[in-house]
Design a protein around this ligand. Structure first.
Ligand code: SF4
Ligand code: MG
Length: 333
């Protein structure tokens, strides 16, 4: 499977009154037709990573190093024209809050049509037809009538559908989703997740889906990267992460949810709080909260260990394994 996205050794710092090392040495890849989840607590660097991929971080006060390659393009080096072509047709983004994507003063139909004219150079009539088609694709009832609706005239779930229609209007190869269902109530949330999964298959898109909710990741992701304090601490297939998490943080995260806790067991919480991000990590960031911590965990940054094909863990207890062997869990070490 060829990779559409390759991120290597990405570091993102915000400078100002204080420095925040928001993302540290992050590497990930996204294959064709794949849904990769970025899972972690708020403040772990998930949204910042997505915004960097889309070049949405403010230029001032942001320092980025490393490489972001999307379909052969060096995203961090794109000029304004390159960026405009990149957004919409190559990659597009949806947000938790539709207000970040939808303009309150224009109708939904006009916003979609303008995006199609701008990115694809289509005529007004063609763009109008595409707008209607997209509202139908995201199953907005009475689509024709809704073309003339303003965002505030729609319910939360409907606005989310309209934002998805706008994001997909130019048929992007890659969709970046930042907690798009978090603000919705449970029934609407599941409808939107099902819709996204369906559209992902229909359009053959690859998706990076940011969420703090393992239940949401289970619904939509093929593979998961668990983030903690600006780093990916473990990557694997959804079933590997849910059934046999290796990194103690991933184990704690799972044990704190109904999806990962042993049957009949009480849900656990991870004691302590995430570290401040005012310095680049020089040791395991999870050490103060880790029940397996040893002196060597704080002497140096643990390496990102390849523990199997497509599986990594950043922990001294993770061991590279021979093909076919089951990786050891930290709890067994
Ligand atoms: Fe725990 Fe050490 Fe692994 Fe960090 S490196 S997660 S402190 S065992
Ligand atoms: Mg976020």
């Amino acid at each position: 499977m060829s990779n559409l996205v390759e991120v290597k050794n990405l570091n993102i710092r915000f400078t100002g009154e204080r420095t925040v090392h928001a993302v540290n040495d992050l590497s990930l890849s996204l294959g064709e037709g794949e849904v990769l989840g970025l899972l972690g607590e708020s403040g772990s660097g998930k949204s910042v990573t997505l915004r960097a991929l889309m070049r949405l971080l403010p230029k001032k006060r942001t320092q980025i190093s490393g490489s972001v390659n999307v379909l052969g393009q060096d995203v961090l080096a794109l000029d304004d024209d390159g960026l405009s072509a990149f957004r919409g047709q190559t990659a597009s983004m949806i947000f938790q809050e539709p207000a970040l994507a939808l303009d309150p003063v224009y109708t939904i139909g006009r916003q979609i049509a303008e995006s199609v004219m701008r990115h694809e150079g289509k005529s007004h009539a063609e763009a109008q037809a595409r707008a209607l088609q997209m509202l139908e694709v995201v199953r907005i009832p009475s689509a024709k009538r809704r073309l003339d609706a303003y965002p505030h005239e729609m319910s939360g779930g409907m606005r989310q559908r309209a934002m998805i229609a706008l994001a997909l209007a130019c048929k992007p190869k890659i969709l970046l989703a930042d907690e798009p269902t978090t603000a919705l109530d449970a029934t609407v949330q599941i409808q939107i997740l099902l819709l996204l999964r369906e559209l992902q298959r229909e359009f053959g898109m690859s998706v990076i889906f940011v969420t703090h909710d393992i239940g949401v990741a289970i619904e939509i992701c093929d593979r998961v990267a668990v983030m903690y304090a600006g780093q990916i601490v473990e990557q694997g297939t959804l079933s590997q992460i849910v059934r046999t998490p290796l990194h103690p943080y991933a184990q704690g995260l799972l044990a704190s949810t109904v999806h990962g806790a042993k049957r009949g067991a009480r849900l656990e919480t991870i004691p302590g709080t995430p570290p401040s991000l005012d310095k680049a990590p020089t040791a395991c960031s999870f050490a103060p909260r880790c029940r397996y911590a040893q002196p060597r965990c704080v002497e140096a940054l643990p390496p990102d260990v390849q523990v199997g094909p497509n599986r990594t863990a950043r922990c001294i207890l993770a061991e590279p394994i021979a093909d076919g062997a089951a990786p050891a869990r930290a709890a067994d070490a």
